[in-house]
Ligand binder design. Structure first.
Ligand code: ZN
Ligand code: ZN
Length: 169
């Protein structure tokens, strides 16, 4: 999981510079910091979570600014906005094809990498001439933390199976 995050962060940094240059977008400290914060998390953060991560380093930045910058990343293709049952938008720095496991109790979104799901082609008849550009499958369910929280001692409870901040406590 750590290696994956490191890969995403390094890939994001160089991709970001190229994409900014191509789009005539200034490489501001604000954009760099927000991109780094996004790429360092694999829990598909909300605007509020990114804001909490960067507010110490970017004095005076507002939630609205964070939202605007994240939307810019989505529009230039270096981040994705993911759909989930909550109304809050969540962002993903990993734009490679992958899928998601969404916990209906705590809202946590985990990545799912499974080549068997990567090349699905719907039946032509059901497509009605719709051109698919991309897709991501979301499986809704209960995460391990939520499943186990009533059966574990506080000591065990800290060992959440993913190295992300568990939001279900
Ligand atoms: Zn959960
Ligand atoms: Zn993801």
């Amino acid at each position: 999981m750590k290696d994956n995050l490191q890969y995403i962060r390094d890939a994001k940094r160089s991709e970001f510079e190229t994409v900014c240059r191509n789009n005539g977008l200034a490489l501001t400290i604000q954009r760099r910091t927000i991109l780094d914060a996004l790429a360092l998390r694999n829990d598909h953060p909300t605007v509020d979570q990114i804001y909490e991560d960067i507010k110490e380093n970017l004095k005076g930045v507002s939630r609205t600014t964070v939202y605007r910058v994240l939307e810019t990343f989505v529009s230039i293709g270096i981040a994705k906005k993911i759909s989930n049952p909550e109304s809050k938008a969540r962002f993903d720095a990993d734009t490679r094809r992958h899928h998601h496991l969404t916990c209906i109790k705590c809202g946590k979104v985990l990545d799912l990498y499974d080549p068997a799901l990567d090349n699905l082609v719907p039946n032509a008849g059901s497509l009605r001439e719709f051109n698919i550009i991309d897709y991501s499958i979301t499986f809704n369910g209960i995460c391990a933390c939520c499943r186990d929280r009533h059966h574990l001692s506080p000591e065990q409870d800290r060992s959440c199976p993913v190295d992300t901040v568990c939001s279900c406590k």
